[in-house]
Design a protein around this ligand. Structure first.
Ligand code: HC1
Ligand code: SF4
Ligand code: SF4
Length: 574
């Protein structure tokens, strides 16, 4: 620990702490643009300049460690003037169409311009005309709006290890583009949307599908059905000023009714269904010793990644569809039949924390189990928050409501899907019952919880040891896969029996379509909200959900049945 000063006020910090972090500890906010707490500092934009007393030079607070005895001046008229110039220069290359920008109201550049009181442009305006790339179903890249902060490329290359984005050109010709200057759809992009979640401006954003939803809601011939994902309920509140992690499930159901949806279902119910199929698959493979490890497949970005980079591992994938797609299939078959509605008249919508789910709905013929697209439109939490605002719904003052049956009620196991480790924990709760015929005393598996990139644990199921691993944040998975491949090659026992993978850091709670501001602090709060929701449920295990039992009794026969395979399982492309 070292003793330092920020604007003359003493504090102690760890050796190596950046000036930015030291100031933050003191409650002093230094403006940043290229810096993001998820990423290593790279001092590109120069907005965080500060002075060290006794030195004539300005230094960048994000990338400069504070030293013992230093007194750092974070704000004085000269510093503020330099920072203002940096913002003005960026604005000189930036379009002025804030009113029409998808980030209007939550843009970091807009906020800086407001904070610095910028009222005119002293530099010559020079905005390059560059084409928009909307080649993927998930995200849109508008390089004209790019401020060259590099956050998106750093996330894509560093955190995700995908390398779909890069800077092209030099000097004032530098621009962000699909790697190799090709359309994003032709790059290895896995559509996770983490670039959009980290972009400070409107240069990368989710494809907006809300018009399709509004149109369906206004079409009297359509029976419009909606499902909400686990992670939406602990993050949507942020768009209305609530603390991250606040559970707003009841308000979401109420808002959906006011928007005019005909039936409101919950993806959490389908997560319970996924567990029934996936745990059956796991117990089957584990007892037979076949194709282990079993690897979860409910994250479409992860599926895309594995197909692209580790095609030989496809046999290890669980064939169970994701909860989103299981729900979609059950809506247009089971529910349609029960209600006597022609599936062609049903318009099915999902609200997801995820940009990749927009891609999943069109993935392959297995997503068309009713002869047509099972799920018509998937929108993100951000799009949904805009719809609520556009409808003038006073979200914060809504009274809690319930979802509809038979596809609305969920167990605690269903809700924890939203956090890293949750699918594994939910599966273990049910696998234990399938193997032993008994119920767990304690349903929590703390070993698979938390933000550590790779979590490994040995789970004891009445004397049988099950080795599991959980990885999140795409860049973390390669190590695990290589370990498996090495063991397979050497003819040794594989190090894990069951693996959960989610592309986004923290799991879907920090998906690419969630309200902005993903930091570990926020992730932890959302995760806490998820486990609180679990604890609040009377039923904590998927196999105990009475509506799941009814669905099998009335329609699917039993987990892993022929019909279940037809409607709830998929195949992968090599
Ligand atoms: Fe997810 Fe899933 S947990 S993938 O992150 O398995 O999106 O929330 O809906 O489908 O349930 C996302 C979340 C979500 C699915 C479930
Ligand atoms: Fe990279 Fe994900 Fe963005 Fe694609 S969506 S460019 S993979 S960060
Ligand atoms: Fe989507 Fe969740 Fe996968 Fe992220 S982790 S890409 S939010 S499914």
């Amino acid at each position: 620990q070292i003793t330092v000063k920020i604007n003359g006020n003493e504090l102690t910090v760890d050796q190596g702490t950046s000036i930015l972090a030291a100031a933050e500890k003191m409650g002093v906010k230094i403006p940043v643009l290229c810096y993001h707490p998820d990423l290593p500092a790279w001092a590109a934009c120069g907005i965080c300049v500060v002075k060290i007393e006794g030195s004539p030079k300005l230094v960048r607070a994000c990338a400069t460690p504070i030293m013992e005895g230093q007194n750092v001046i974070t704000h004085d008229p000269e510093i503020v003037e330099v920072r203002r110039s940096v913002v003005e220069l960026i604005l000189s290359n930036h379009p002025d169409d804030c009113l029409y920008c998808p980030r209007n109201g939550n843009c970091e550049l807009q906020r800086l311009a407001a904070e610095f009181g910028i009222r005119e442009q002293p530099y010559e305006k020079d905005v390059r005309q560059l084409p928009v790339d909307d080649s993927t179903p998930s995200i849109v890249l508008d390089p004209e709006k790019c401020v060259l902060c590099g956050r998106c490329a750093k996330v894509c290359q560093g955190m995700q290890d995908v390398w779909a984005l890069e800077f092209i050109g030099r000097g004032d010709q530098t621009r962000i583009a699909g790697a190799g200057d090709i359309e994003l759809a032709d790059t290895p992009c896995i559509k996770c949307g983490q670039c959009s979640a980290h972009c400070p401006v409107g240069a990368i954003y989710e494809k907006d599908d809300t018009k399709k939803v509004w149109n369906a809601l206004q079409d009297p011939k359509k029976h419009v059905v909606v499902q909400i994902a686990p992670a939406v309920r602990v993050a949507l509140g942020e768009a209305f000023g609530l603390e991250p992690g606040t559970i707003v499930t009841g308000k979401i159901y109420a808002a959906l009714r006011r928007l005019g949806f005909d039936a409101i279902f919950d993806t959490n119910f389908a997560a319970d269904l996924t567990i029934m199929e996936e745990a059956t698959e796991f117990v089957h493979r584990f007892t037979k010793g076949e194709e282990l490890p079993l690897i979860t497949s409910c994250c479409p970005s992860w599926v895309d990644y594995l197909e692209k980079y580790f095609g030989d591992m496809i046999p290890h994938f669980s064939t169970a569809k994701s909860p989103q797609m299981m729900m979609a299939s059950m809506i247009k078959t089971y529910y349609a039949q029960k209600k006597g509605i022609d599936p062609k008249d049903i318009f099915s919508i999902s609200i997801m924390p995820c940009t990749s789910k927009k891609y999943e709905i069109t993935r392959d013929e297995h997503m068309f189990s009713t002869g047509q697209q099972d799920l018509d439109v998937s929108i993100t939490t951000r799009e949904f928050s805009r719809m609520i605002k556009q409808a003038g719904i006073d979200f914060l003052n809504l009274s809690d409501e319930e979802p509809d049956n038979p596809l609305g009620m969920y167990s605690g196991a269903g809700t924890i899907f939203g956090a890293t480790g949750g699918v594994m924990e939910a599966a273990l709760r049910t696998a234990y019952n399938m193997v032993t015929g008994e119920e767990l005393g304690t349903v929590e598996f703390e070993q698979v919880r938390g933000l550590e990139g790779i979590k490994a644990a040995e789970i004891d199921i009445k004397g049988t040891k099950v080795k599991v691993a959980v990885a999140h944040q795409m860049g973390n998975i390669e190590t695990v896969l290589k370990q498996i491949q090495a063991a397979q090659k050497a003819g040794e026992e594989v190090p894990f029996h069951f693996i959960e993978v989610m592309a986004c850091r923290g799991g879907c709670i920090a998906g690419g379509g969630q309200p902005y501001g993903a930091t570990d602090e926020r992730r932890k709060k959302r995760i806490a909200g998820i486990y609180k929701d679990d604890e609040g449920q009377k039923i904590r295990c998927s196999h105990q959900n009475p509506y799941i039992k009814a669905l099998y009794d009335e329609f699917l026969e039993k987990p892993g049945s022929h019909k279940a395979h037809e409607l709830l399982h998929t195949k992968y492309v090599d």
